[in-house]
Design a protein around this ligand. Structure first.
Ligand code: MN
Length: 214
């Protein structure tokens, strides 16, 4: 279906093999997830997974919450050749790895990058980055809505909302990457992102505080 300018492809349980082959043609994909709440994985569950190729499209998948079997999605997530761009992946990767039992490879986090190069701002939300780099105003009010409804019950506004969370990330990544180079912080960014998977393991083991703090 088409919503506004965005082409939306909806899938139950997993993307089709054809869709996976289409996504595999791209060297970078943006990814986002919606859950039944923010306390993933112990209280809340993974409800939706979204991808975009950066060409105004959104692949929206409702995983099977009984078994979370999604081999085609796992193939994409574990593909070392495809960069997965996300905003605050500490949340999304934790849910994806826990529920889909996979190891997400090659990740790029726009929130970490923003904190390292946009030191002139204290606002690093996706909404702030979309405003600055894409000149668009994101309406984040639907963020906390019921994503566990069946795929056909999700409203156009909800579909538009969860598409908006992935369609701008390629552009934002490109801009932030240029800034990291300009500010000579690319290396610092790269070593920070290497720690992210460890940070997530700490979260999942109950060490949610900053273990480096005095
Ligand atoms: Mn989202």
């Amino acid at each position: 279906m088409v919503l506004g300018m965005t082409k939306i492809y909806k899938f139950q349980d997993d993307i089709s093999t054809d869709a996976r082959k289409e996504l595999e043609k791209h060297s970078s994909l943006s990814v986002d997830t919606e859950g039944s709440g923010l306390q993933i994985p112990h209280r809340d569950k993974l409800s939706l997974i979204q991808f975009s190729t950066g060409n105004n499209d959104a692949y929206i998948i409702q995983p099977n919450r009984k078994n979370y079997k999604a081999p085609n999605i796992v193939k994409i997530l574990e593909n070392q050749k495809i960069t997965k761009i996300g905003h605050y992946l500490r949340y999304d990767i934790s849910g994806l790895e826990y529920f889909l039992k996979c190891d997400v490879k090659n990740i790029w986090d726009t929130k970490i990058a923003s904190k390292l190069c946009r030191t002139y701002s204290q606002y690093h939300g996706l909404k702030d980055l979309v405003q600055e780099f894409c000149g668009k105003k994101l309406d984040k009010r639907l963020g906390s809505s019921d994503w566990n409804k069946s795929l056909s019950e999700l409203t156009d506004a909800q579909l538009q909302y969860c598409s908006n969370d992935v369609i701008y990330l390629h552009k934002i990544k490109n801009e932030l990457n240029k800034m990291l180079v300009r500010e000579k912080r690319l290396e610092l960014y790269e070593s920070s992102i290497k720690f992210l998977k460890t940070r997530i393991k700490l979260d999942q083991s109950g060490f949610t505080e900053d273990i480096f703090q005095h």
